[in-house]
Design a protein around this ligand. Sequence first.
Ligand SMILES: [Zn+2]
Length: 218
Amino acid sequence: MKTNFIENALNLFFPPACGMCGQISASYICEYCYEYLKTRAKNRLDSYDDKYFSKHFWIFEYKDEIREKIIDYKFNDKSYLYRTFLEIILNNEQAIKYIQSFDIIIPVPIHKKRLKTRGYNQCELISKSLCKQIDNVVYRNDLIIKVNNIKPQSTLTKIERAENIIGAYEISKPEILRDRKILLIDDIYTTGSTVNECSKILSETNCETIGVFSLAKD
Ligand SMILES: [Zn+2]
């Protein structure tokens, strides 16, 4: 792991608080919450042959405190929680090993209008910082573009989600993706229709493999 001098210096003056319980802590997750969450981690690798991606690694079931924190993160403006999620992922050897088996990491994009109202793409914050800490994986948020600002998937049923997402994304610079192992990162995996639609257009670029990583699965 790379250490960051400026970050260490800042921590002296503004010690981090645990994103889970709010206590001042040596990092963005305290030892107590870290140990507790370790007992909740499922660390599952699911394989698929009926989707455009072949595997999906996820850490938690989308419930209880993890669900609460992801909702805070996505919908209640608590963008700082990305540091806590980042530390959870970085300390998870299985997750890191999986992520390292890819060449290019792409956060699931949000439409620029939504970006403007929310102020941040929650997947970008996590993916970008992850790539800074993991050698040999490249972060790219410019290869899949969300061209249609569709209805939020979270408000729809499974069938509506699958229809809503069709045609929502486009690939830019397909030549970069050729023969590469691509990892799509999303925060929650629900029906998989979003990552499957992104994978569908990725698969048209002759990339080698497509995998998915999410913090939680619903
Ligand atoms: Zn804590």
